[in-house]
Design a protein around this ligand. Structure first.
Ligand code: CA
Length: 700
């Protein structure tokens, strides 16, 4: 049979887009259906037989990075994006690879490694790229059909390199919607629509104003500009408000909703001493999907100072509130509040803390604004912010069951010590303007209170927690709910995929994935059998140098396939050479490291819990030539480490290596607590926090 006779792969038309997972032969959208409830009406796997769930097949990935991409499924083919924008299509009957797409990315040294998902429409698979392109792949072959640079020409030059994409595209009405991330790097936020057939830009919605002297691109920006300072060039640092994850189209209201990230820099005192709200940062915004015109907004965190991106995934549902059925937009947000908004008007229906919140004491239901706690803006004194910079949760998708009426939230509790920081005497403020000056002895008791992750079931009508799973270390996966009275969620440190009774929270099933589970699982029906698919893999359990056992795992009742024994792994020895460099060389290396390397490799050269290598253990500490193959010649470009030859001289590269040698010696002589499969020890939290900043900076 020639290709032209073959049935269209990923044959998702507008009717099937609207059906979503109610057509159980598909999971065509990132969130399953347009409502992004991540709910399936399938009940063959249910609370009476889930204990018999076993592997039907698995397929290994060739990667050692974190897997955040939730799969999609259409008509017998499972599609998944993995780290570095590598996409696999699997025959869902056999587990055989149909095709693999491996892109050549433009080097992008500052930004992330992960991808969070893809979408299917009319024979195409859509993906946003780390180099800020948007690509459409032929679903039958994996060949690119079009590839569009989403950064507009007006930003080419320095700001272009500040953008990256990790979010899943959303597809509706013949258009692909995608936003660019980079709020920590001085990007100006936008979401844009591209023609699904051609990749041509249809419209672009800027989330924050640019230079007023150049004129505003749309009327909403003139309104927004009134909430920004008129005496400082905020646009030179982009402003932030980037759209880096949550977006949702609702066919009932015919609106496109999305969330926006932090302002740049984080600390409003440095961004806008006039205490403006800085619209539309940390907001949920609704626009006309055909034109990109502004319809309404709700700013969750006015004048954000805490990195409270409003970009967590959101969902729509019909809720009966005080006897009236309302179309609701439900948003458990990074700032620790779960918001229920009227999807038509943006009116606040309710806002409640779903985890420990110290920055605000509640939401004023008349004004819809948070009631901030005294001192939370850390302008004079340090403050223990809860949720901390990692958030009450971030991109990990929630689920909702219309049968139980419960929202299932992968929930975190953590705190960050934030402290005032002085503006530099000259030049712009640093982009990430907190930390480094924190008096940790003062803050430690509170800062160490917890760093937990768990699954909670929240009733959005009665506004209360119905059940919570047992707590573990913070990182959790996304969630999946089914009509089998089940909720699935994974964990990273423990490396488990778990199933719970959706009504009671009783743990019913647990599978050792041998690796971190971040991405939300999905479910579908094939040949009258229900399957659950989870894309797993990550460095949380073993660190960068350990094998990650990254895979697609597919389960069915009675599945009896066994995973191979995990490869044994011995952590690299900490065995630095003697330090022979002059102190001024080491000092220069320290400064260069902080400017160029620390965002990925960690503060002070010691990254212990990250998807990037801990440089104190690299064998290249013994070889400047080997070190330079990576730093200057780009030998690790395919893992996300670009050549720095255009930024660093050979002397610079040597100075950084000499600095790392001194750090390795210091760690050897003053060893930090052991790192392994156990939860991080208490003394680790400084390291944890730097990792958090990295996680945010590099991916958001
Ligand atoms: Ca952020």
């Amino acid at each position: 049979m020639s290709a032209s006779d073959a049935p269209l792969a990923a044959a998702v038309d507008e009717e099937r887009q609207l059906l979503g997972t109610s057509d159980t032969s598909q999971w065509p959208h990132y969130g399953g259906s347009y409502n992004e409830q991540r709910f399936s009406p399938l009940d063959a796997i249910n609370d009476t037989n889930v204990s018999e769930l076993g592997l039907a097949w698995y397929a290994d990935y060739d990667t050692n990075q974190n897997q955040h991409g939730s799969p999609i499924y259409v008509d017998g083919v499972l599609y998944v994006s993995t780290a570095r924008n590598v996409v696999h299509a699997f025959d869902a009957r056999s587990g055989e690879r149909v095709w693999t797409y491996t892109p050549i990315l433009e080097p992008n040294p500052n930004l992330g490694l992960v991808n969070r998902g893809i979408s299917a429409f009319d024979g195409k698979i859509y993906m946003g790229m780390l180099d800020a392109h948007l690509v459409a792949l032929d679903a039958a072959t994996g060949e690119p059909l079009w590839n569009t640079d989403t950064v507009p020409e007006s930003l080419l030059g320095e700001m272009a390199g500040r953008y990256s994409i990790t979010m899943a595209p959303r597809v509706a009405k013949g258009k692909v919607f995608i936003g660019g991330s980079g709020g920590e790097f001085g990007a100006r936020g936008w979401i844009a629509a591209f023609d699904a057939q051609t990749g041509e830009e249809v419209w672009r919605f800027w989330t924050v104003p640019g230079n007023p002297e150049l004129g505003f691109e749309a009327p909403h920006l003139a309104i927004a500009a009134e909430t920004w300072p008129d005496d400082r060039p905020y646009w030179e640092q982009g402003g932030g408000g980037t759209v880096w994850d949550g977006a949702i189209y609702d066919p009932d209201t015919n609106l496109l909703y999305f969330g926006t990230g932090n302002g740049t820099p984080w600390n409003r005192a440095m961004r806008d001493p006039g205490d403006g709200d800085n619209l539309f940062v940390a907001s949920v915004v609704a626009v006309d999907p055909d034109t990109g015109e502004y319809v309404w907004h709700y700013q969750e965190t006015p004048g954000d100072s805490w990195d409270y991106d409003a970009t967590s995934p959101m969902m729509t549902a019909d809720l009966e509130i005080n006897g009236v059925t309302r179309r609701a937009l439900i948003h458990p947000s990074k700032n620790g509040f779960i918001y229920v908004l009227d999807a038509v008007t943006g009116e606040l229906i309710s806002g409640d803390a779903f985890t420990s919140v110290t920055w605000a004491i509640g939401i004023d239901e008349d004004t819809g604004r948070p009631i901030e706690a005294d001192g939370a803006r850390y302008t004079d004194e340090p403050f223990n912010i809860g949720p901390g910079a990692p958030g009450g949760h971030t991109w990990h998708p929630n689920a909702y069951s219309p049968l139980t009426g419960l929202v299932y939230i992968p929930t975190w509790e953590n705190f960050s010590a934030m402290a005032p920081q002085q503006m530099p005497e000259e030049g712009p403020p640093p982009l990430i303007a907190f930390g480094g000056q924190v008096d940790r002895d003062t803050l430690k008791p509170h800062n160490r209170q917890s760093n937990d992750g768990w699954l909670q079931a929240w009733n959005p009508v009665t506004r209360e927690v119905v059940w919570e799973s047992e707590r573990g270390p913070r990182w959790t996966s996304g969630a999946l709910a089914t009509a089998g009275n089940l909720v699935f969620m994974g964990t990273s440190n423990a490396g488990l995929l778990n199933a719970y009774n959706a009504t009671t929270g009783e743990p019913l099933w647990s599978f050792d994935a041998q690796t971190a589970v971040y991405a939300a699982p999905i479910t579908y029906e094939l040949d009258d059998e229900q399957y659950v698919a989870a894309s797993v893999g990550g460095t949380a359990r073993g660190g960068y140098f350990a094998p990650t056992n990254a895979r697609m795992l597919v389960f069915k009742v009675g599945g009896d396939v066994q995973l191979p024994e995990p490869m044994s792994f011995t952590p690299r020895e900490l065995n630095p050479p003697e330090s022979t460099a002059a102190p001024e060389v080491i000092a220069r290396g320290e400064n260069l490291y902080a400017q160029n390397c620390s965002v990925c490799h960690g503060n002070e050269g010691v990254q212990m819990r990250s998807s990037f290598p801990n440089l104190t253990r690299t064998p290249f500490l013994y070889s400047q030539e080997g070190w330079d193959t990576v730093v200057m010649q780009g030998a690790r470009v395919e893992r996300g480490m670009a050549s720095y030859a255009d930024r660093l001289s050979s002397e610079d590269s040597l100075a950084i290596r000499e600095y790392i040698i001194t750090r390795a010696i210091d760690v050897r002589d003053n060893p930090p607590p052991a790192f392994g499969f156990a939860p991080p020890p208490e003394e680790d939290d400084e390291e944890e926090e730097s990792g958090d900043v990295h996680e945010d900076a590099a991916e958001n």
